[in-house]
Ligand binder design. Structure first.
Ligand code: SF4
Length: 694
């Protein structure tokens, strides 16, 4: 970290990495960050931070950052640096040409969970009001879309039920498919403090993550499931709760739909769903499942925290609903210390979903087929909206290969590196007539772009992010955009060039429009956020100061809905050719595809992705620690260095995807969640063999 002198000015803003949403005071000298000081009044972090928020801001000034727009007619041609006027005119003209030739539905947008609420709102508005279709999606598609679907089914809202502070009152903490100490470090530390104070811990994860055993903490139960069997283990836990008489009858009677509960209880009670019957394919001893279920149901306040190890599966939505079933059956909802808590990945993934980025939902999760909701938007925007849902991200690539989808505007997401089955993504991008990438760097996706629009960092813009606990917080500009414009301004320039009469002067005006159109944001404004520091939605006439804990007296949908969670094995099978299961995740010092963290001081902490492999599997293949190995799947192959790790169970290997050269997503399949198309990153059958190098 380079100290650049005493600060001249500062502002409190919000971290642009993970969904914890830590507040920082950015201390600046001119346009240089002197330091990022964790903000003591930050309601998500209470003065704490991790090494990403504290130190990984250098990307804002990195030499790789592009500050001038570029265009080219064909992706085989070199880029031409042009003025903003020419780039915007080129973009608008080409979108119009594509729509004139292939129809209004031939183009679409992808919003970014790295950008602000206001920016995501404008990008989806461009699709709906400008392009005239609902072809808008977001990178939540590839992470927490099953959370949105599953929790909406069960409770009527697509969000976590608690605030982070609530963990202080948990007696039992269940962590499923999440690694908070690496991926959500500030909340992970908070959780550890509660565990050191005596809360019990159940970890359900194929790996021995840090929480299973770290100084002064040992999980009471670690259920090391075989990847892909989440639904079976969650249903087996429910089997024990129902058949051993551990259901909270009062809660279920008063709060949930009786007939749905009875159907569900009969289903989970079937012998085929018992821990003994499922042990042979989950790999978890039945006695441990029984003991964990008893602890969850009878140990006092029990809170479930889960991550992408739950959602990124072919049955991701089913597992989310299974977790909701467990919480309802035991009455672990509606007060402090309990709940169903998705640990959202990116800084604003909750917000990008809230802002109507999905092809079937307007802002505030109002279904596009809802006539009254559509009418409100039509009146505000002065256009007629299409009532049919648009294309999801994977369907955009499919349609591009079929020749019916020809133009895409991607704001702040490197889909080529982050989405599964890279070959399919690149084929889809290559088949398009117009790909517009708005980003900080020439990311992998830009290899297929015709227009590159340089974006702005969080230090260069005003706006809001919404964290994993539905907390809306201000992002404050501490330096002028080095590229000349904030991301919201660039979208507005495109809209104007396409003939739309947008005239926002400041992101606060965009938030005012969001509040007018979104019932759960009705009383949100920049003024309120300035005065109150932050607010957790819903923030409306009934709850003008927000709601830290949801579903206290009744669920948003009325009666809680139990859903039958039939386990369906994934199509991805191991066999003699591909005998191991690969699962993927993140590491503390790096962030997702690494576009930002790799360009900061943090890069030295994790210079390459490695393959974690059990001592047993390594020995069987003659692989030593640090050797290069080839990882082959049905989709492709990659080369990585091996890291022999006792964290790994035999039969399971693990890698991260922070470096493009590791090609981790070349090997992942294109299986996806049945309800939302969220990719099944967590289960890929592979073979691992020694090789000489990359
Ligand atoms: Fe940023 Fe998340 Fe670290 Fe907080 S925990 S500083 S939000 S990356």
């Amino acid at each position: 970290v380079v100290e650049v002198g005493q600060p001249e000015h500062s502002a409190v803003t919000t971290c642009a990495y993970c969904g914890v949403g830590c507040a920082f005071k950015a201390e600046m000298r001119g346009e240089e960050v002197v330091r990022m000081v964790p903000w003591k009044d930050g309601k998500a972090n209470h003065g704490h931070s991790c090494i990403k928020g504290r130190f990984a801001y250098g990307y804002a000034h990195h030499k790789d950052r592009l500050l001038e727009p570029m265009i080219r007619d064909q992706i085989t041609e070199p880029w031409r640096i042009v003025s903003w006027e020419e780039a915007i005119a080129f973009t608008a003209r080409r979108f119009k040409e594509v729509q004139a030739k292939y129809g209004k539905d031939s183009v679409g947008v992808i919003t970014s969970s790295r950008c602000t609420n206001e920016e995501s709102f404008l990008v989806q508005k461009l699709a709906r009001a400008g392009f005239g279709n609902n072809n808008t999606d977001t990178c939540a598609r590839v992470c927490h879309s099953p959370t949105g679907y599953g929790l909406n089914q069960a409770f009527g809202t697509s969000a976590g039920t608690q605030d982070f502070d609530s963990v202080d009152d948990a007696d039992v903490i269940v962590v499923i498919g999440a690694n908070p100490t690496d991926a959500h470090p500030v909340f992970g530390s908070r959780m550890k403090a509660r565990l050191r104070d005596g809360a019990k811990l159940i970890v359900i994860d194929p790996r021995k993550i840090d929480l299973v055993r770290s100084p002064h903490i040992a999980a009471d139960y670690h259920l090391p499931i075989k990847p892909g069997t989440n639904v079976a283990i969650v249903t087996a836990l429910a089997h024990v709760i129902v058949t051993e008489g551990l259901v909270n009858e009062t809660f279920v009677r008063e709060r949930c739909n009786k007939d749905e509960y009875l159907d569900w209880a009969a289903f989970v009670a079937e012998e085929r769903n018992s821990p003994e019957a499922t042990e042979k394919f989950t790999g978890v001893p039945a006695a441990d499942v029984r003991a964990a279920a008893r602890l969850y149901a009878t140990g006092g306040n029990a809170a479930i925290y889960y991550g992408l190890g739950v959602t990124e599966h072919s049955q991701g939505s089913t597992t989310v609903m299974g977790i909701a079933n467990l919480a309802m059956a035991t009455g672990n909802l509606g007060r402090r210390g309990v709940g169903v808590n998705p640990l959202r990945g990116q800084n604003n993934v909750q917000g990008s979903c809230d802002m109507g980025s999905f092809p079937h939902e307007l802002p505030g999760y109002q279904h596009i087929s809802n006539e009254a909701a559509r009418e409100a938007f039509e009146q505000e925007w002065g256009v007629k909206l299409d009532a049919e849902p648009g294309l999801r991200i994977p369907n955009m690539f499919d349609a591009a290969i079929d020749g019916t989808f020809k133009g895409l505007y991607v704001q702040g997401e490197d889909i080529l590196q982050s989405d599964p089955n890279t070959k399919h993504v690149s084929a889809g991008l290559a088949a398009m007539d117009l790909v517009v990438v708005q980003d900080l760097f020439l990311v992998e996706t830009a290899n297929y772009a015709h227009v590159f629009l340089p974006g702005a960092t969080f230090l260069e813009k005003d706006g809001t992010f919404t964290n994993a606990e539905r907390r809306i917080q201000l992002v404050r500009k501490v330096m002028s955009p080095k590229n000349g414009y904030g991301d919201w301004e660039i979208t507005q320039l495109i809209a104007k060039a396409m003939g739309l009469d947008w005239d926002y002067k400041h992101p606060s005006e965009i938030m005012d429009e969001i509040a007018r159109l979104t019932p759960s944001f009705r009383r949100v404004s920049f003024k309120r956020l300035e005065e109150e520091g932050s607010v957790q939605w819903p923030c409306n006439d009934e709850h003008p100061h927000g709601v830290p804990i949801m579903h206290i007296d009744k669920f948003a949908r009325g009666k809680g809905k139990f859903v039958i969670t039939e386990y369906v094995p994934t199509d991805e099978k191991t066999g003699p050719r591909f005998p191991l299961l690969l699962t993927t995740g993140r590491i503390l010092s790096q962030y997702n595809v690494g576009a930002q963290t790799r360009r900061t001081e943090n890069s030295s902490w994790h210079p390459e992705d490695v393959l974690e492999i059990s001592p047993h599997d390594a020995e069987e293949r003659g692989v030593k620690d640090g050797d290069w190995v080839r990882v082959q799947s049905r989709a492709g192959e990659a080369s990585l260095r091996a890291k022999i790790s006792a964290r790994m169970a035999p039969g399971v290997v693990y890698t991260t995807f922070h470096h493009p050269q590791s090609q981790a997503n070349v090997i992942t399949t294109d299986n996806s969640d049945w309800a939302t198309n969220c990719p099944e990153y967590k289960v890929t059958a592979v073979q691992v063999s020694p090789t000489n190098g990359p």
